[in-house]
Design a protein around this ligand. Structure first.
Ligand code: F6R
Length: 610
C-alpha cells in the first residue's frame, strides 16, 4: 500500500532513494517518483509504471542533492498516471509530500481550498496535504505540520520537505507504518526496514499520532501535538541477504523453499525437549487460570492469514476444546461481535500492519477483551498494541503472495493449541508427546515434498491454459483449498473457486463439465472415503481431477487423472504440508502464463488502508 522513503545527509540522495524504493516495490508498483532539494529548488521526477520507468528517466536526467523523499504507489485516489504519482507539491512548488494511506476528509479540505482559489493538478488526496500546508504556513514548518495534521482524518504515513527549511525532513504517522533510520551524520525514513538496512540497523518506530523532525545529525520525536517523546531505538537483527532473492528467480519461490527453515525457527525454544512439553510462558503472560477460563476464541485476520485462521479453528477446537469463530477482519470490525469477559481474540497478520486487522484488534480491546497476536514482524503495529504476542519467525516475506508466513502461522497455532491443551488438560501427556514428535518432523517432511517441485511444474504447465478451475476438500482440506485457490487467483489470474466437497452437489456441480480441472484434496483419513465419493461425482461429470493425498493411498490413483502425494503426519498437521504443492502449482502456472509472480496486478503486500 505505497512505500515511502526519505534521506537527509551529505551523500547524493538519488541512488539511496531508488535502492530504498526497489526494496519497497512490493508495497505498490503503479507509479514511482522522487523529489530532491538542491540549491534553493526542489526538483521532481515521476513516472507511471514500474520503478524501472523512473530509473530510465533519471538516467537521462539525474537529480543531485542530499535532501530527498520518494514514493512507490498503489493507487487509491485517482488512476495510475504521471500527475497522480507522488511526490506532490503545493502550487508554488515549496511543500513536497509523499504519503501512504488515505485522507478520508480530503474532499472537504479540497473544496475549502478551491473556494480560496486553489487549482489542483491531480485527483489525489495527497496533493491536498501539500496545498493545506501551504495554506496554513505560519512561518515554521514543524508547527504548520502539527496544525495541518490536526485537520486530517484517516490514515497516513507522511514524508514532508519544505523548500525554505532545507535543513530538515518531517515524518508523521497515523495508522500507516513509518520508521526513522539512524545514521552517522545522515538519517532516513521509510515504510519498512528492508529499504534502510543497507545503511543502518538502528531505527525508531513511530507510533500513531507521532512525528519526527529529522536533520542530518538529529532526530527529534514528538507527538503530533508537540509533546517530546523519549524512545529507545530498535536494532534490526536479520541481514540484507535474508531480504534478497539468493539465486532464486522470484521471491515467492525462495520463500516457498524457506518453509522448512521457517518451521524450525518458529519451533525453536518453544519445545521443552526434556519433558516433551510446549513452553510459551516466556512469551505469553496469560496465567494458567486465565487460559483455563477462556470460553471462546475469535480468530480475526485477512486473506491468507484468515485461511490460516480457518485451519486454526479446527486445530484449537480439537486440541484445547475451546469454541472458535473465525472472521475476516473487515467484517468483524463492523459486526458488533459478542464478547464474554473470558473471550480471547487472536489476530493473525504477517505484516502486523493490515488496517482492518489492526482496527478489529482495537475494537476488541475497547470492549475489554484480551488480544493475542500472531505476527511475523516484531515492532509492527499489531505486535506493539496486542496484549500478547506470539511471533512467527519466518523472516521477511517480500513476495506479495504469502507462503512461508502462512505455514509459520499454522505452526504458531499448533503450538498455541498444544500449550492451551496442556494447561486445560484436554490432551494427555502421551498425546502431547505424539504431537510434538510429529511437529518436529514437519521441516524434514516439507523438504522432502519440495523435491517434487519439477513434477508439480509439469502439472502446472498443463493447467496454465485453463480459465476456470475448482478446488475441493473437506474439513482442514477445505481450509487448505481456499488458500490454494487464492494463491492461484492472485498470481496466475486463473479464476478458481474452493468448495467444501460435500457442498458441490448443492449447486456448483452444475459448473462441472467435460475437462474442467478439479484439484481434490484427500488428506484427512477419517473422511477419506467420503472425499473419494465426492471425487467420483466430479469424475462422473468428466472433470479432469488432480488428487492430493497421503503417501500410500494408492487406491486414489484409480479415481483421479493425476496424483500428488504428501508425507503422512497427524491429521491436524497435514495443512502445513498439503499447501506446499498448491503454492508450487500457483507459482508455476503464473510463470507459464508469463506473469510477474512477485508483483501481481492490482495487489500490494501490506494493505494499510481500509
Ligand atoms: C495473499 C496475501 C494476503 C495477505 C493479507 C493479510 O497471498 O498475502 O491475502 O495474507 O493481505 O496480510 P497480513 O498477514 O500482513 O495481515
Amino acid at each position: 500500500m505505497c512505500g515511502i522513503v526519505g534521506y537527509i545527509g551529505s551523500r547524493n540522495a538519488e541512488s539511496i532513494l531508488i535502492n530504498g524504493l526497489t526494496k519497497l516495490e512490493y508495497r505498490g508498483y503503479d507509479s514511482a517518483g522522487i523529489a530532491v532539494y538542491n540549491d534553493g529548488n526542489i526538483q521532481l521526477k515521476k513516472a507511471v509504471g514500474r520503478l524501472s520507468q523512473l530509473e530510465e528517466l533519471l538516467e537521462q536526467s539525474p537529480l543531485s542533492g542530499s535532501l530527498a523523499i520518494g514514493h512507490t504507489r498503489w493507487a487509491t485516489h485517482g488512476k495510475p498516471s504521471d500527475s497522480n504519482s507522488h511526490p506532490h507539491m503545493d502550487e508554488k512548488g515549496e511543500f513536497v509530500v509523499v504519503h501512504n494511506g488515505i485522507i478520508e476528509n480530503f474532499q472537504e479540505i479540497k473544496n475549502e481550498l478551491i473556494e480560496k482559489g486553489a487549482e489542483f493538478a491531480s485527483e489525489t488526496d495527497t496533493e491536498v496535504i501539500a496545498y493545506l500546508l501551504a495554506d496554513m504556513y505560519d512561518g515554521d514548518l514543524v508547527s504548520t505540520v502539527q496544525k495541518a495534521v490536526a485537520r486530517m482524518e484517516g490514515a497516513y504515513a507522511l514524508g514532508i520537505i519544505y523548500k525554505h527549511e532545507p535543513d530538515k525532513m518531517i515524518a508523521v504517522r497515523l495508522a500507516s507504518p513509518l520508521i526513522v533510520g539512524i545514521g552517522e551524520k545522515e538519517n532516513f525514513i521509510a515504510s519498512d526496514i528492508p529499504a534502510l538496512i543497507e545503511h543502518t540497523r538502528d531505527i525508531y518506530i513511530l507510533n500513531d499520532g507521532e512525528m519526527a523532525v529529522i536533520t542530518s545529525d538529529n532526530i527529534q520525536l514528538t507527538t503530533t501535538t508537540g509533546k517530546p517523546i523519549q524512545r529507545d531505538s530498535f536494532h534490526v537483527e536479520w541481514d540484507v541477504e535474508t531480504a534478497e532473492k539468493d539465486g532464486f528467480e522470484h521471491f515467492m519461490l525462495k520463500e516457498i523453499y524457506e518453509q522448512p527453515k521457517a518451521y524450525r525457527d518458529t519451533l525453536l525454544n518453544r519445545i521443552d525437549h526434556d519433558v516433551n512439553k510446549i513452553d510459551l510462558s516466556n512469551e505469553i503472560s496469560l496465567s494458567q487460570e486465565q487460559i483455563r477460563s477462556i470460553d471462546k476464541i475469535h480468530i480475526v485476520a485477512c486473506g491468507t492469514a484468515y485461511h490460516a485462521g480457518l485451519v486454526g479453528k479446527v486445530a484449537l477446537e480439537n486440541l484445547a476444546r475451546i469454541p472458535v469463530e473465525v472472521d475476516v477482519a473487515s467484517e468483524y470490525r463492523y459486526r458488533n461481535p459478542i464478547h464474554t469477559p473470558n473471550t480471547l481474540v487472536v489476530v493473525i497478520s504477517q505484516s502486523g500492519e493490515t488496517a482492518d486487522t489492526l482496527a478489529a484488534m482495537k475494537e476488541s480491546q475497547k470492549n475489554g477483551v484480551k488480544v493475542l497476536a500472531i505476527t511475523n514482524v516484531k515492532g509492527s503495529s499489531v505486535a506493539r498494541d496486542a496484549d500478547e504476542v506470539l511471533l512467527t519467525l519466518a523472516g521477511p516475506e517480500i513476495a506479495v503472495a504469502s507462503t512461508k508466513a502462512y505455514t509459520s502461522q499454522l505452526i504458531a497455532i499448533y503450538l498455541l493449541g498444544l500449550y492451551f491443551a496442556q494447561i486445560r488438560e484436554t490432551k494427555n501427556n502421551q498425546e502431547i508427546t505424539q504431537y510434538i514428535q510429529a511437529i518436529k518432523e514437519l521441516p524434514a517432511q516439507a523438504e522432502k515434498l519440495l523435491e517434487f517441485a519439477p513434477i508439480i511444474k509439469e502439472f502446472s504447465e498443463r493447467y496454465a491454459h485453463y480459465e476456470d478451475l475448482f478446488f475441493i476438500g473437506r474439513s482442514m482440506d477445505y481450509a487448505v483449498s481456499l488458500e490454494g485457490s487464492l494463491k492461484l487467483k492472485e498470481i496466475s489470474y486463473i479464476h478458481s473457486e474452493a468448495y467444501p466437497a460435500g457442498e458441490l452437489k448443492h449447486g456448483t456441480l452444475a459448473l462441472i463439465t467435460d475437462g474442467i480441472p478439479v484439484i481434490a484434496l484427500a488428506t484427512q483419513e477419517d473422511i477419506y472415503d467420503k472425499m473419494v465419493s465426492n471425487i467420483k461425482e466430479v469424475k462422473a461429470r468428466e472433470a479432469y481431477v488432480l488428487g492430493i493425498t497421503l503417501d500410500g493411498n494408492t487406491d486414489l490413483f484409480h479415481s483421479v487423472d493425476e496424483v500428488i502425494t504428501i508425507p503422512r503426519t497427524l491429521a491436524l498437521l497435514t495443512p502445513a504440508l498439503a499447501v506446499i504443492p498448491l503454492q508450487l502449482l500457483a507459482y508455476y502456472a503464473a510463470l507459464a502464463r508469463g506473469n510477474d509472480v512477485d508483483k501481481p496486478r492490482n495487489l500490494a503486500k501490506s494493505v494499510t488502508v481500509e
